[in-house]
Each structure stands twice: as C-alpha cells, then as structure tokens.
Design a binder for this molecule. Structure first.
Ligand code: PLP
Length: 340
C-alpha cells in the first residue's frame, strides 16, 4: 500500500486491497466472496444498467484514541438498504449478510482506516444491483451485493465551516410518491444537473423543495435539512426525502440537550425565522449553512453572521462525533466495535 496523507484526503474513491461480494441466484444468497479486483463483470442486459435496479448505502468506521474501530449504527443502514431493495423490487440482503460483508470489508482493509485525530475515516459503500438480464421492464432474478471501502476526508472542503446553498426551483430530485425515500441511484441522477449548476455558481449544494407545491423544504442535496429556532430543532417531514441516520441521531441528541424536536413541513418563508440552519448526513455530519439563495425569486437568507457555525449546531456536531470516535460515552448504544 502506498503512503497516504491522512490529513489531506479528499472525500473520494481510493483503491484499497479487497471488497466482498455475494450473488443472489436461484432464490438464495451465495457465500460471501472476497475479491481483490475493483471491477465487476456485468451482463449487458442487467436491470441495474437499464431499469435503475440499484441501491447503495454509506456508513463509516472510525478509529478511536483507544485504538478501537467503531461502526456507527450499521443496523440502520442494513434496514435502509432492505427498504430500498423492497421499494424497487430487488432481492433483500438479510441483516446477517449485510453485517458479515461490512465487518469483513473493514477487517480486510484495516490498514486503510485513518488514524485518530486526522479528521478522516473509512467510508463503507454497500452496493446492490440487478445483475440478471432482462429486456422487458421487469425485476431481475439475479442480484449482486457488494461492499467496498475507501478512506475519506471531509465531504465539504470547508470542513465544519458554514457553506452557501442554492434553492432549486427548476429541478426536483424525487416525486412525492416516488423513490425519494430510498437510497437508489435514480434520485442522485436527477440531482446531478442542478448540483453542477450550483457548483458552477459557487454554491456548495442545493436545497430541494417539495416537488408538488414548491412551498416546503425537502432536502439539502445529499443531506437532510435542519434548523434551530429558539429552543427547537426543526426538520422536514416529507415522504420524498431519505430518512437520514445522522438526522435521526441528531434528533435524539437534541432532545437529550433539552431541545424540542419538531418534525413537520417547513415552508420556505420560515427561513427568515431560524437562528441556525444546517445540512446533515454521514459524509459531512453537519454542514452549517451561512447563506441560502433563492435566485429565481431574488431572495436570500443569511446566517452565521460572525462567520462561525451556530452554538447549537456546534454542540450537536461535537456530541455526535465524540460518540462516533469513542471520545464520549455511547449512551444510546449506537456504536459497534469491530474486532480486527
Ligand atoms: C439524499 C440524501 N439525504 C440524506 C442523506 C443523509 O443520510 P445519512 O445521515 O444516513 O447519511 C444522504 C446521505 O447518505 C443522502 O444521500
């Protein structure tokens, strides 16, 4: 393995030594196989290529000061992948298989787990897709479930520094009764064009509104949205957003800090009433937001006027990462130590 500059890792793909794979064939999942190839051989008529039968997950392994490697709420990722699989008619990987694959992928690549204190972690990417051939629009009868890992640095180059985002009015990522609540590739494909436009205009990400009325806040690019107003933690209730495990954890921590948690529709006009706003997800944990621009409507909202993240967002961020890295008591039982 080449020397890795842990402190300056991007959030990107980095080759590691192994990945693990299991095929679903003739109605059952096969034994987990270890592979050292970065490639998969796929039938040209696979439904994963044609009809979007594809789902993925993202979670991280964190190296603690105590030398222990912890996974954060992997059972929630297993459940969400199962929901995604059910949602688009794919074979469902059982939790035991998910666990075996994730833990083995970490163990086999233990040299790539970034050391404590570098701000980096080992990103774990479970992937499931229809590998069976079909020409008519029908679910496949064969699937491949694989897990690879990659050491990563922070998602936003700004780190835990406030970012600017742009309201998307011309593009939706998901329909109200569509696949927005599943982690399937199609949702991300739908977000790419506006994402690129936003980057080109100097924004870190996009704020999607509800596709039906364009009145309510849905998600912030590949992250959930939350706001702090007085003593409340407010986050959208919507059937077209991904149920974020980070957001679920922040809601628990917010309650534990004595905040009131409100999960409800958030009208875009409410942005003027919030003290702090942020995006949350595995990749960035929390990205505090300093500016939201609704370019088409000529409106913008500004936060973090002193240039720093808000007080409650900072507290939530530190509480969560301290649990993930094993620096604080895991009082909710969220982490699992991986025996290396
Ligand atoms: C669309 C979308 N929303 C929200 C999230 C955050 O979810 P989680 O906190 O489980 O990573 C992600 C990333 O995983 C995402 O892709």
């Amino acid at each position: 393995m080449d020397h890795i500059e842990w402190g300056s890792l991007p959030f990107g793909y980095q080759k590691t030594d192994y990945n693990v794979r299991s095929y679903f064939r003739e109605g059952e999942w096969g034994k987990l196989e270890i592979s050292s190839s970065e490639f998969v051989s796929v039938h040209m008529a696979a439904t994963g290529l044609h009809y979007g039968q594809q789902a993925f997950e993202g979670l991280k392994a964190y190296m603690g000061k105590d030398g222990k490697v912890r996974l954060f709420r992997w059972e929630e990722n297993a459940k969400r992948m199962q929901d995604s699989a059910n949602g688009i008619m794919m074979a469902v990987p059982p939790s035991e298989l998910f666990k075996e694959a994730v833990f083995n992928a970490v163990r086999l690549n233990k040299d790539y787990i970034p050391p404590y204190g570098t701000g980096a972690s080992l990103y774990i990417r479970p992937l499931l897709f229809g590998s069976g051939a079909r020409v008519g629009v029908k679910p496949a009868d064969e699937y491949l479930f694989l897990v690879f890992v990659s050491p990563v640095g922070p998602y936003f180059k700004e780190g835990f520094n406030p970012v600017s985002i742009m309201v998307s009015r011309e593009y939706d990522r998901a329909a109200p009764k569509g696949t927005g609540k599943y982690k399937v590739g199609g949702n991300y494909a739908a977000s790419l064009k506006i994402g690129e436009i936003a980057h080109h205009e100097g924004f870190a990400s996009v704020l999607f509104l509800d596709a039906n009325e364009k009145k309510y806040i849905d998600e912030a690019g590949p992250a959930n949205f939350f706001a702090i107003k007085g003593n409340s933690y407010i986050t959208p209730l919507s059937e077209s957003i991904l149920p974020s495990i980070t957001n679920k954890s922040l809601m628990t921590l917010a309650e534990d800090m004595g905040l009131k948690v409100e999960r409800r529709k958030i009208a875009i006009e409410e942005l003027s009433e919030f003290d702090e706003v942020g995006a949350c997800g595995t990749a960035a944990v929390i990205s505090p937001i300093r500016r939201i621009a609704d370019v088409e409507n000529g409106t913008e909202w500004n936060y973090c006027l002193d240039g720093k993240a808000g007080e409650k967002s900072s507290q939530l961020y530190h509480r969560l990462i301290d649990i993930q890295y094993g620096d604080a008591e895991d009082k909710f039982g969220w982490t699992t130590v991986v025996d290396l």
